[in-house]
Design a protein around this ligand. Structure first.
Ligand code: NAP
Ligand code: ZN
Ligand code: ZN
Length: 359
């Protein structure tokens, strides 16, 4: 008989798990593996709440394995390292993002693109090499092969920096890869949520001008005053959208739900690029004609490799980029999820795990 989550490994752990498609999270006892020779064990201090956690807790993408302990923006302090660990020592501050394993030998892995490895192992709800389920950062303790652990830059705050581990790399990577990081370019960011906030900051740090495309005026004033965005469009305002036609070199679309993309394609200049990073669970409608006429491109992008994640963190530390966060205790997580669904957070919830999760 298969062992239970609580007994399959030697190290006791507690967390919050969703056990079915209601997505409701509740306390969950499980276990973590012993520290292997290449493993880093750490006490979780903070964990961001990404909208992917919500999609997964409710099985909206159809591949959740329950019970799921979400959380892939995990920051902590090292408590133990394996005998062959070279990059970390006890007491170091570290982070783990969206993945904890990959094949390490395919073309993508060989090119520092573990995020595109067909055998990528996600931080939660994935099967680890040993066949057991992975559990994420809504938990007191974490263990990961050092290859999938990043060094925390000294001057980067732990709480407001945590979201960089997913929101940061997911927006930094396509800006760089698609050449949307040239000073003076005009970049659009669709959806001012957790990813959108960091996308704006990354794009501004690259020296581009930023237009936010949002569903309402609610976030406008703060976006201009605090984030320094150069323009703010409400997507349902046809006049405004028309006035901004053919003005953008590239767009990062972070929207988590079904939404029209044809008006976004109209905002692009010829040869402009629409990069999808949001992951709605329903197909979007696309008419190709406007793509042909302007040689426009639509592409997708998924997180980033480990080397690039470290580069991104170092870049964020150098430029002073963190997320705007609302720090919450873990027993607030269900309310936080409800508010996240209503876009009622500026702009990322971060769980104060160490303070609020007690065995
Ligand atoms: P979030 O904080 O909820 O932000 C999404 C934003 O999209 C909202 O704040 C809202 O912005 C806008 N929005 C929501 N519903 C909308 C609708 N029906 N129509 C138009 N706009 C809508 O979520 P997040 O954590 O940033 O994640 C965003 C998406 O990216 C999720 O689907 C997540 O799974 C995905 N994701 C992908 C990757 C990747 O590797 N590609 C990595 C992380 C996350 P306004 O209020 O401004 O309209
Ligand atoms: Zn995420
Ligand atoms: Zn691989």
């Amino acid at each position: 008989m298969a062992k239970s989550p609580e007994t399959e490994h030697p190290v006791p752990a507690i967390g919050y798990a969703s056990r079915d498609e209601s997505g409701v999270l509740s306390p969950f006892k499980f276990s973590r593996r012993a520290t292997g020779e290449k493993d880093v064990r750490f006490k979780v201090l903070y964990c961001g709440i990404c909208h992917s956690d919500l999609h997964m807790a409710k099985n909206e993408w159809g591949f959740t394995t329950y019970p799921v302990v979400p959380g892939h923006e995990i920051v902590g302090e090292v408590t133990e390292v394996g005998s062959k660990v070279t990059k970390f020592k006890v007491g170091d501050k570290v982070g783990v993002g969206c993945m904890v394993g990959s094949c390490r030998s395919c073309d993508n892995c060989s090119n520092d693109l573990e995020n595109y490895c067909p055998s990528q192992i996600l931080t939660y709800s994935s099967k680890y090499y040993d066949g057991t389920l992975t559990y994420g950062g809504y938990s007191d303790t974490m263990v990961s092969d050092e290859h999938f652990v990043v060094r925390w830059p000294e001057n980067l705050p732990l709480d407001s920096g945590a979201p960089l581990l997913c929101a940061g790399i997911t927006t930094y990577s396509p800006l760089v890869y698609f050449g949307l990081n040239k000073p003076g370019m005009n970049i659009g960011v669709v959806g001012l949520g957790g990813l959108g906030d960091v996308a704006v900051k990354m794009a501004k740090a690259f020296g581009t001008k930023v237009t936010v495309i949002s569903t309402s005026l609610k976030k406008k004033q703060e976006a201009i005053d605090k984030l320094g965005v150069d323009a703010f469009l409400v997507s349902s305002d046809e006049e405004q959208m028309k006035g901004a036609m053919s003005t953008l070199d590239g767009i990062i679309d972070t929207v988590s739900a079904e939404h029209p993309i044809m008006p976004l394609i109209s905002l692009l200049k010829s040869h402009g690029k629409l990069i999808m990073v949001g992951a709605p669970n329903k197909p979007l409608e696309l008419s190709v004609f406007p793509l042909l006429v302007g040689r426009k491109l639509i592409a997708g992008s998924g997180i980033g490799g480990m080397k690039e994640t470290q580069d991104m963190l170092d870049f964020a530390a150098e430029k002073g980029i963190t997320a705007d966060v609302e720090l919450i205790p873990i027993d607030y997580v269900n309310t936080a999820m409800e508010r996240l669904l209503k876009s009622d957070v500026k702009y990322r919830f971060v769980i104060d795990v160490a303070k609020s999760l007690k065995a």
